[in-house]
Structure formats: C-alpha cells, structure tokens
Design a protein around this ligand. Structure first.
Ligand code: G6P
Length: 431
C-alpha cells in the first residue's frame, strides 16, 4: 500500500509538512504502545499479529467438505460478514463458487436469496464471534429450515466460525459441524485476516498464503515514523485533518472490485474511532461513477471532508474501439484503463483546485497479496489514529446498547434500553 499526502498539504482543512513532522513524535510514542500491546497480546492489538498467527491449515481442513460448492452463503453481520464479502467481491473469478452474504433481516431479501440458491450445492458459513447476534442467529434458523424443506441435510452443508462459548458453539458441538474459532483478542471488525474472513476465500480457492504474506510485509514494515510507514502516514494524516475540521472521510476506490472494501473500511473507521464526541464519519463512494453524482458536494459543499482516492496501479484492460463519430476521435488508441486513470487524476486535481484535501492510496493490483497489504494497512492506520486521538479503539458500547434494546423488544429479557424505545417522542405528520 502506497500513500501520497501531497494533495492534503495546501488544502482547507489541510496539514503542512511541518505539522506532520511535529506529529511524528506522537506517532513514535503511539507505535511503541501498539508494539507493547502486540507483544502482550492485548485485546485488539492482537489483531495486528494475525498474519503470523493464523492457522491456514485449520481453515483449509474445515472447508474441505465443501469442495463441491457452487455457492457459498455467509450468514454474519458487521465484522462477521464484511471481511468475507470484501475478499470475495475483490477476488472472485468466473469459475469460483458464487459468494453471498446474508447480513440483513429484510424478510423479502432473505426469501428471494434463498429461492435463488442451489441449496444442495451451497456451503453455509455461519459466523458470529459472540454467538448471540440476533440477526445472524435468526437468519441461520431460516436458512436451516429452507434447507430442510428442500430435502437437504443442513448439517452436511454448514460451517461454523464462532468464539469459545455461546449458542453457535453449542450448536456446532451438538451436530459435530466443521468448526473454526475466532481468535482471542480480535474484535470483529479487525478479524478479516482470520478464519472469519478467510474461510470463504478458501472455499473459492484463493491463495490464503499470499493474502497473509501481503499483510505480513505491511506488519514487518511498521516503524515509529509516519514518513517511513504508509499505514501510519494514512492514520496520522486523517487524524490531523479531522482535528482541523475534516470530520468526514470519503473512501472512493476506482475499481468495482473494491466497492465492498469501502463498506468494510466504513465499519472499521466508524466503530473504532467514533467515541467521546470524536471520530471521522466514513462516507462511501465509487470512482468514476460518483464523479457524476457526489463530486459536486465534495468539491463545493461544506469544508469538512478529506477524500481518499484508492486505485490499483495494474489491472486487466480493454481497448476502447475506434470510432468515426465526430468529437470522439481523441479516444482513439485509448483503453478503459487509461480512461479510469485519467478520471482518477482529474478528480484529484479538481479537488486540489478547490482546496479540498485528498489522500492518494495505491495498491499494485486487486490480487491476494495487495489486498492483504491494504486490509492490514488500514487496520494499522486505524489503530494509530485511535492512539493519537486517545479513544478506546477496540470497544463499541454504543452498538451494544442497540443490540440490547432490540433483544428486549422481542421479549429477550427485562432490558432498560428497550423501555427507551417505547418512550420515544413522536411528532407525526399524517397526510
Ligand atoms: O460476530 P458477532 O458477535 O455476531 O458480532 C457482529 C457485529 O455485532 C455488532 O454490531 C458489533 O458492533 C460488530 O463489531 C460486530 O462485528
């Protein structure tokens, strides 16, 4: 992962080279804390040790029964769904099993998806670290029933990834299902480089060693200076920009295959850093498509944004056919790759012309090694940002409140949070 901060220097809000140099002392201190946390295997920091620790053979053996799968359905939400979806959508090839993620309980969507799947040839990958998340468990009960209705033995088609205790672990033990563990000390949104994210990649036949090697390279390159460590450059610059008013971070990949990465990034950034009145709101965009919708706002709207422009520097290409149409002759000899690169450069320049800060992030290609580097790099960036901001990066108390309230409303115990839902104020305007 390569990071270029040039377009954030003379912007509003912006960071100067001098201010980054001053910030580098704090980066060194934060790096020491991160390394101490990694050495002690502390909660959260342990996620940054995954590339060296993850047991790829255990993942390969757990997915071996699903070698015949035509589709793989992950049932999981948040960190238990987005990592698998990011890898699947980035890496999927034409002959791979199709990957789907059920991370919502919209009944119509669930029914349509189940109707469209070849259930007898579908691997069901149920993932929940806590083993208690109501959306995941409810969806799994529905999937299991659909399989039974279709005459499929669900116990032959189900893989479970969960923590050391909870309903899912009990279910896996009771039915002797293939089982993978969420490693200790790894919050869901930092778990993509474990069985949580890698099982689907394994079923699809992707190169797990290369994903982990890309991540390990990035891990080995972490140092106490943002000027030597691209991940820290990104974390430190976004932190400094947020402190100067860039409270929104637009993640804008110029590659369809990375669209889901922006969703994964949004959870990582929002849930980790949104604490104590601080944080930076992640927004998701896609280049070049959103140049024709959201770019107007990014250039000319409120000055509270930094735009992260992400692209692969190599990708399969396709020539634009010659045409004799007047006005299109300038395209002669160009490719779609030339065009999307020109659009990337034009957006960066257009933001700079308006003084809106942008950060350029590049990876070599949308391949296993580069993705491992990108995912790990963004996790390290997030942890560094959290250290600089002094927030509790690895907790999510505000999300837990909502989970308790929903459970209470469904009769799952005497939950004070549920009463707050009943007590909501209303100012309803009827037609
Ligand atoms: O893996 P689970 O325990 O089912 O949790 C799934 C998700 O639940 C909550 O929304 C948490 O805030 C997320 O961080 C977590 O990834």
């Amino acid at each position: 992962m390569y990071v270029d901060l040039g377009s954030a220097l003379d912007a509003t809000p912006g960071v100067s080279r001098d201010s980054l140099e001053r910030l580098d002392d704090q980066v060194a201190t934060a790096h020491d804390r991160i390394e101490a946390g990694r050495n002690d295997h502390d909660h959260g920091y342990a996620a940054l040790n995954l590339p060296a620790r993850v047991d790829l053979d255990a993942i390969r053996s757990a997915v071996a029964p699903f070698a015949d799968a035509e589709a793989v359905l992950t049932v999981g939400i948040g960190g238990s769904g987005l990592g698998a979806a990011t890898l699947a959508n980035a890496l999927a090839g034409p002959d791979d099993p199709d990957a789907y993620v059920l991370d919502n309980v919209d009944p119509e969507h669930v029914a349509r998806l189940l109707d469209s799947l070849p259930l007898a040839r579908t691997a069901v990958n149920v993932v929940s670290k806590s083993g208690t998340t109501v959306e995941t468990l409810s969806n799994f009960l529905v999937v299991r029933e659909a399989m039974a209705d279709a005459g499929v033995d669900w116990t032959d088609r189900t893989l479970v990834t969960t923590g050391e205790s909870g309903n899912l672990r009990q279910l896996a033990d009771a039915h002797d299902l293939p089982l993978l563990s969420v490693p200790d000390g790894v919050p869901g949104r930092f778990s993509v480089l474990s069985s949580v994210g890698l099982a689907v990649a394994a079923i699809q036949g992707h190169d797990l060693d290369a994903i982990c090697a890309g991540a390990a390279d990035t891990a080995d390159g972490l140092s106490g200076s943002l000027f030597e460590t691209p991940a820290y450059a990104y974390g430190a610059a976004t932190y400094a920009l947020a402190a100067r008013g860039a409270t929104t971070n637009v993640m804008m990949p110029y590659a369809e295959r990375l669209e889901t990465f922006a969703e994964w990034f949004a959870q990582l950034w929002a849930e980790s850093l949104g604490k104590d009145g601080l944080g930076q709101t992640p927004a998701r965009a896609l280049g070049a498509t959103d140049q024709h919708s959201q770019l107007q706002l990014y250039r000319a709207g409120p000055r509270e944004k930094v735009v992260t422009l992400l692209r692969p520097t190599h990708r399969p290409d396709r020539p634009i056919p010659e045409t004799d149409l007047d006005g299109l002759s300038y395209l002669g000899g160009s490719t779609l790759g030339d065009l999307i690169d020109a659009e990337f450069g034009a957006t960066e320049a257009s933001l700079a012309a308006s003084g809106v800060p942008a950060i350029r992030v590049e990876i070599d290609g949308v391949d296993e090694r580069s993705l491992g580097a990108l995912l790990y790099g963004m996790e390290a960036a997030c942890v560094l940002y959290g250290e600089l901001a002094g927030v509790s990066t690895f907790t999510q108390p505000a999300v837990e409140w909502g989970k308790r309230a929903a459970r209470g409303l469904l009769g799952g115990g005497d939950v004070p949070a549920a009463e707050a839902v009943e007590d909501r104020a209303s100012l309803r305007i009827d037609p």
